[in-house]
Design a binder for this molecule. Structure first.
Ligand SMILES: [Zn+2]
Length: 404
């Protein structure tokens, strides 16, 4: 390989076996992703038990990314994903922390179900935070126990997948969530209007009106996909509303024009939009109107996808898709590292990823660690790959890359 530093440069911190301290790994000539963008090449020591020091020329070190929007399908849909398969997939994609939505079977609509998931997540190689439902059964009628959910360990409330909350109900939900200290995440789609741009704009406008009546509440708009929604969020932020927003890699990269060639594999909610909508969400991301990039990882088995199920695999393609967009590194840091953690009140705990930004590879869904092979990017030649993932101070992914 010829990439290991000369032996005189080798350095070892406290070994994992010498008193229980996590070993340090020194990365030489690595550039760091920071809030100011990319640093110049330098030597950085990180807590990474069991790893050897190495020459990281050409590589980028970032705090592990947090995916604020993921469907791990557990419990209830093992043919699509489980906590274990989802965690492995996330780790290979560079996410050391993911946030699991509540539309499982049963729905995460009781504090005991949150507690059970939090307990199971403790054994996973990455961190998984749990979102509890806003309404019982995601049916939009009876609210869940927000304070109980918070006490059980939920980091947010969301009925994602559905949006059946009437304005008055959402207002009550926002006030209860504010008392509990939790943000409310919404899949903004007025379902009676279908899934067109108007359905999104109407739901966002209505939710902002509810937010105005809920002092202290925090509202987060999931997977923003239209210019109309961007304009509403931008205006609300200028007026000081406590609103945040996310966009998916696929809404940044694809448009409705791609759907024809994808057939049912192009089905996603919200749908892929116009070229103008894509330009609007990209501009909003660059300007900070959209705070976060979240994958909306929505794994399905192939039979369900062929039958029309909505959603894309997200974890293992996100990084390369985003690198392909040529985003400003400072925006990437803000959208994938910083803002998602601020929104749910989480910090980075010895979580690192090492990225080879120049590594070219071909997306091959059959190689995914996820059970969901439903990617719209299958067969695409892309650039940018995870070399190593470290979580809780332990190396959990180390991908051997042959360099040519
Ligand atoms: Zn959604």
């Amino acid at each position: 390989m010829g990439r290991r530093p000369p032996s005189r440069d080798r350095w070892r911190g406290c070994g994992a076996h010498s008193g229980g301290t996590t070993a340090l790994m020194r990365l030489h000539h690595v550039r760091q992703l920071t809030s100011h963008g990319l640093s110049s090449p330098r030597t950085v020591a990180i807590a990474a038990g069991g790893a050897e020091d190495r020459d990281a020329t050409g590589l980028i070190l970032s705090p592990g990314w947090l995916d604020l929007h993921a469907h791990l399908r557990d419990p209830g849909f093992p043919e699509k994903e489980t906590l274990t398969s989802g965690a492995a997939s996330a780790a290979f994609g560079g996410f050391t922390h993911v946030v699991a939505m509540a539309n499982t079977m049963p729905v995460t609509d009781k504090p005991d179900r949150v507690r059970e998931l939090v307990a199971r997540a403790a054994d996973l190689p990455i961190r998984v935070s749990v979102v509890a439902a806003v309404s019982i059964g995601l049916e939009g009628r009876q609210l869940t126990d927000a304070t109980g959910m918070k006490a059980a360990g939920a980091v947010a409330l969301s009925d994602d997948g559905r949006h059946l909350l009437a304005a008055e109900t959402l207002g009550r939900a926002l006030r209860a969530a504010a008392r509990a200290g939790l943000p409310v995440l919404i899949h903004a789609q007025s379902e009676h209007l279908g899934n067109g741009p108007d359905a999104e704009a109407t739901a966002v406008a209505e939710a902002l009106r509810s937010l105005a009546q809920a002092p202290g509440a925090r509202l987060h708009i999931q997977h923003v996909s239209t210019r109309a929604a961007v304009d509403l969020i931008s205006a609300a932020k200028r007026q000081g509303f406590a609103v945040t927003a996310e966009v998916t890699p696929h809404h940044l990269a694809l448009t409705a024009g791609d759907v024809a060639s994808l057939g049912p594999f192009g089905n996603v909610s919200p749908p892929l939009r116009s070229i103008d909508d894509r330009a609007a969400v990209r501009e909003a991301l660059d300007q900070g109107v959209i705070d976060v990039i979240a994958t909306d990882h929505a794994p399905h088995e192939i039979a369900a996808k062929a039958a029309g199920a909505n959603g894309f695999h997200g974890f293992e393609t996100a990084l390369a898709v985003l690198i392909g967009l040529g985003l400003d590194p400072a925006v990437l840091y803000r959208a994938c590292v910083q803002r998602p953690r601020e929104i749910i009140g989480q910090s980075v705990e010895d979580e690192w990823i090492l990225i080879d930004p120049d590594r070219e590879w071909t997306v091959d869904s059959s190689s995914f660690k996820s059970r969901g092979k439903n990617t719209p990017f299958d067969g695409r030649r892309v650039r940018g790959r995870i070399v190593m993932t470290v979580c809780r101070g332990q190396v959990i992914v180390e991908r051997m890359l042959q360099r040519v």
